[in-house]
Design a protein around this ligand. Structure first.
Ligand code: C2E
Ligand code: CA
Ligand code: CA
Ligand code: CA
Length: 279
């Protein structure tokens, strides 16, 4: 038993070593990547269901590393949060997204630019300085910038988050609760957070089919509650016409997902904006 215990231990130790080496390598590579062509923002359309118009886009980071290949944000964002690299990375994302929106506004686009903000970023006092600076620099109306804060972020630090939300509303930026339904928030909390929009997590959309009444009544309950609180409802991860039809019937306001458009480079968004006579 002793022997097998030891070999188990060394197995894990070796494993941890490998993970650590990989992480250090990725951290170094990410540090190098910030401010270079390796990092890009892609944009995914948000479509107003009642008109079919693109009324917003969500900025999503893409990293093409020469050593590591394409790395998904699901891997490098958590690493950036743990190492603090999320500060320069998040600043770059915010600046780039607002610069891009200012450019699209010149084409007549009056929609939203949605930007994901992570915990580490938002709980830092200098985040507000950055935000004010970026808004001033890009000269976009503050309410055209929508910050997406995950439900779990807000529920893990309710008091701190309430304070942050209040300060953000003071700047007049728009706020969305991201991944709604995954973080156990209660109705009473939602009321206290003066956000503008609620994004239903894609895990709730995945199960939406004509023959699944349960999934459908969940959506119905969320929409009813959100509309009572005067929140806009966005469904993310919409992949099929069937899902879109159900969401339409359930009066969801905005849809986002592969069926309506994958995350795409800025040049492709521009083609869409020009073709819809922009809004
Ligand atoms: P998220 O904010 O929930 O973003 C939605 C994710 O769903 C994106 O993954 C998007 O590409 C994907 N998606 C969109 N439509 C569909 C669909 O129809 N079906 C399916 N299966 N997936 C769809 P992505 O781009 O890999 O980003 C993953 C996560 O990384 C994001 O989840 C967000 O939490 C984070 N992230 C991405 N960019 C940033 C950023 O600039 N800052 C921060 N803090 N987080 C970011
Ligand atoms: Ca998001
Ligand atoms: Ca989401
Ligand atoms: Ca998510």
């Amino acid at each position: 038993a002793k022997d097998s215990g030891r070999s188990t231990f060394s197995f894990f130790a070796r494993d941890m070593d490998k993970n650590l080496t990989e992480r250090l390598q990725m951290e170094a590579a990410l540090k190098e990547a910030i401010g270079t062509e390796q990092l890009q923002l892609y944009y995914q359309p948000q479509v107003l269901i009642s008109t079919g118009q693109v009324v917003g886009v969500e900025a999503l980071m893409r990293w093409q590393s020469p050593e590591l290949g394409s790395v998904s944000p699901g891997r490098f964002i958590p690493l950036a949060e743990e190492t603090g690299l999320i500060m320069p990375l998040g600043a770059w994302c915010l600046e780039e997204a607002c610069r891009q929106l200012a450019q699209w506004r010149q084409l007549g686009f009056n929609g939203l630019m949605a930007v994901n903000i992570s915990v580490r970023q938002i709980l830092r006092a200098d985040f507000f300085d950055l935000l004010e600076e970026v808004l001033a620099q890009s000269a976009i109306p503050a309410d055209r910038l929508e910050l997406e804060l995950t439900e779990s972020l807000m529920m893990d630090n309710v008091e701190a988050s309430l304070e942050v939300v209040q300060r953000l509303k003071g700047l007049d930026v728009s706020l969305a609760i991201d991944d709604f339904g995954t973080g156990y928030s209660s109705l009473s909390y939602l009321k206290r957070f003066a956000v503008d929009c609620l994004k239903i997590d894609q895990s709730f959309i995945r199960g939406l089919r004509e023959d699944n009444q349960q999934a459908r009544s969940l959506i119905r309950a969320i929409v009813q509650m959100a509309h009572n609180l005067e929140l806009n409802v966005v469904a993310e991860g919409v992949e099929t016409p069937e899902q879109l039809a159900i969401l339409t019937a359930e009066e969801v306001d905005v849809a986002q997902g592969y069926y309506l458009g994958k995350p795409m480079p800025a040049s492709e968004v521009e083609v869409i904006l020009r073709s819809q006579g922009v809004t």
